[in-house]
Write a protein that binds this ligand. Sequence first.
Ligand SMILES: *Cc1c(COP(=O)(O)O)cnc(C)c1O
Length: 858
Amino acid sequence: MTEDQQKHHKRSFTGFTKEKLEEELAQVPSEQRAAWEKYTVPEGNDVDSIARSIVHHTTTTLARTPYNMDDFGGYQATAHSVRDKLIQDWNETQQYHTIKDPKRVYYLSLEFLLGRAMDNALLARGLKEPYTEATKQLGFKIEDLLEEERDAALGNGGLGRLAACYMDSLATLDYPAWGYGLRYTYGIFQQKIVDGYQNEVPDYWLTYDNPWELPRLDISIEVPFYGHVSKYSDENGRTRHKWEAGEIVQAVAYDVPIPGFDTNNTINIRFWSSKPRKEFDLAYFNSGDYNRAVEDQKKAENITSVLYPNDNHMVGKELRLKQQYFWVCASLHDIIRRFKKTDRPWSEFPDQVAIQLNDTHPTLAVPELMRVLVDLEGLEWDEAWNITTRTFGFTNHTVLPEALEKWSVPMLEHLLPRHLQIIFDINLFFLQTVEKTFPNDRDLLATVSIIEESQPQSVRMAFLAVIASHKVNGVAALHSQIIKDTIFAPFIKVLGPDRFTNKTNGITPRRWLHQANPDLSNLIAKKLGSFKFLKELSLLDGLSKYANDEAFQKEWMDIKYKNKVRLTNLIKERTGIEVNPNALFDIQVKRIHEYKRQFMNILGVIHRYANLKKMNAAQRKAVVPRVVIFGGKAAPGYYIAKLVIKLINSVGEKVNNDKDIGDLLKVVFIPDYNVSVAEVIIPANDISQHISTAGTEASGTSNMKFVLNGGLILGTVDGANIEIYEEIGDDQIFLFGARSEQVEDLRHVQRYRNVPMNPELQAVIHLIENGTFGESHIFQPLINTITVGKDYYLISVDFGSYLESNELVDEAFKDKKAWAQKSILCTARMGKFSSDRAIKEYAEDIWNIDPVPVPDKK
Ligand SMILES: *Cc1c(COP(=O)(O)O)cnc(C)c1O
């Protein structure tokens, strides 16, 4: 090779426009090009080629012999074979998008709750059948291999799972999109139940290699922290700011390909991992302080070590703030690097780049973009601000006060001194425009200020995000209205109503129907004539006309039964409890939180148990047997939530072992709820519970998963339950309880008037207190939340109507034919809740981006 050729050989692919790409290619000697083309032979998708690639990975990648393979080895080899295919699609998509250079969306989320990748990839690429056959020939069962994969659990609950569903839709709809997140060494903890209590075990999920990520050790970005800010005059005599960092950490990229379903497009989530800087600190070296140098390196790696395990709860730890800036800084610089390749002026940045802030976690991207534009690029403040506001969109996920992010000003000043200055400037200029429009309204200025005048002062991240984004959305119709009426009300007045919009959440039908419930998906395809519904979910409506068809009902309910047997086996395996698959399966699985009211559910179970105990044999004959299933993690520091888990298990212990009760009632807590467990639980539901105090659950997404799988809802008039009700109709959903408009008044009444407690609730609490479920003093703090604590979540207010709705559920379940019809109608009417619909709305109304499908190979 000549020196010139070698130089070229090393140059990475930096094509951007078609012309530039061709220019680059023209420089490669033609015999070299011919060689690359000759040896670029895509592997086949036939059973032979697939088996060959699995054997190849067994002997090379794993360095094992094919004759002593276990299922885990089989999974690893198969995963590497699938990964090869994804990487090829990924490469083609990225190259094609580079040449086309369209506007892209960047989805910034601190959490991605992806779950398992292999089955999803096989189904997306239409390769499940040949892989099933190839692994069979090699002596495996594909189901067993799929079970070997560990969940990627880099999220807490709904917010992280939403990000995962949205990436699936972005890929499937061919949008040019990237996700950006953090590669935590420890995902959400594993939950073990010991003596009825939750124990947390660290989730060291990278123990074995992770075939679903591509380390990009060549892509690294330096992230500064601490230090101080100095001023200087630039060549034009303008005052400029320079941030001299006190510490620099390296961000290294790990890319995870996300295949679209039935398309060539495969998009990317880039996860950043923190590493010590390549150039180690000479000061330590010279002073001979080797231990100190090693300590500092470990500190750098600490940043992306662990996912904070709180759902809907803000904890103001400096390490969390460090995570946020580390992630935002690396992502933004990566985005800007990509933009700069195109030689466009800065004014066109918002025409090429849309950045979506998934909650306030990435809000530091706002002052960071301002810093880059003003301090580093020398733009005027006003132009930089115009670019910033046209770039960002912000999704709010909650109105719970304890969940709203506020960062202490001194902490920010210490960690990010220049960003704090910029935030104060943004606030000043904003308040000046407010003062101009509403002169002398000092109260208004105080209410909309980004800075809260607390001790010490704090930064209201949601306000910063609202002010810096051209669109702010809530995640269900009711929630979007509530944020306009409450936390962001003054901004309607100041910024106008057009900044605020609704984007009701959705779920991907690929994972939550096709993958989780293959039998049902196949039956639907048989009935509708194709699998088109998986990409156009409103086609499910075609099932409605068969809802009354007795033969179809039988096929439908046979599948439901099979799914309930599958869950019965999982329950036996994980808890030892035996349940009857003919009973009504009543499921509440989600993070444990007071606002979600699992406590009310278990109190209702106690009421049911007490009633059963009072019945004679004839009365018991008429009872609908029920299995009440719980699952979900409590934040490790959330004492009350952990007590709820203990109470559920104590009630289960008593009820399940009561010979007198038998199959009439079982209570199960399934440990370690996560995405792959959800895939087994959800298809088995007859009803699921979504019973948050009205106005507290922004949307919920598991409600959508359950109904899509032919289950009815027992729920409150909250979040997306309302829109689900509007779609599926009165007969398919049991709604109860106070309305969100009444909640404030009801809380006032609970707090200040001596209202007598609902007598049925009183009786239930008495049973806990008299030791029916073990030592009663354990549960006293829990009971106190209703009594001494004035029942903030209104359990005593809703308890009566909750019990009534439960009775309606039993009555409805007795009519098997009517129930089958309801179940079919539930699925048939869920078209609206595909994440494809949601993503199209974001793309059209907020991001202004178009699909860029990668063409088929000739
Ligand atoms: C969908 C999902 C959630 C969200 O559940 P909600 O009931 O909407 O809070 C949480 N965890 C997992 C594993 C999920 O799949």
